[in-house]
Design a protein around this ligand. Sequence first.
Ligand code: MG
Ligand code: ZN
Length: 217
Amino acid sequence: MAKIPVLQNILEANEAIAGQVRQRLERAGIIAYNFIGAPGAGKTSLLEQTLPRLRDRLPAAVIEADCATARDAERIKAFGVEVVQINTGSGCHVPAHLVLLALDSLPLERIRLLAIENVGNLICPAELDIGESGKIAVISVTEGDDKPQKYPMLFRQCCAVVLNKVDLIPHTDFRRERFENDLRAVNAGVPLFGISCRTGEGVDAWVEWLIGQTARE
Ligand code: MG
Ligand code: ZN
């Protein structure tokens, strides 16, 4: 009997569609970042801090992915930014074909930056290509300082790390030096931004990096 490599076929199909997403984005001159982090790390909060700072500088749109609800899309919409919500149901990540579908609902000719907020999950979104230009790891100090060693795939794959909730460090056992050493062990050169979405600390430096990336592409 012939073997049926099902899993491999699914991954290959996703990769082919990710290629279509990438082609469409490149044709439209759009740089797309895939925001990956645990539930509650502050991915939506980061976008809420970032989008107002991009106004008049970098036209942006957002794709929100959650298992259920349009709550995050509603939070983004409040900033007057174009947003599409994807509900993945029991799916723990957003696959490329849903991103491809979402592109149909966005004014691609008017945007330069596309932020894709993935489902809260540190594992499979890190290994799945959805046609993005780069992956952004979003982690918060309340999750502990051991994540780069425990989830090396994400920290190896990403092009920037945003460490959120740094204002809470005095109230936790988070050791920043240990976090940074562990991060450097898996990804020596990746830019690291320590920020607080609650106080706004460090957000400007992150936004300048983001704008600089789109200028370079
Ligand atoms: Mg969110
Ligand atoms: Zn998954």
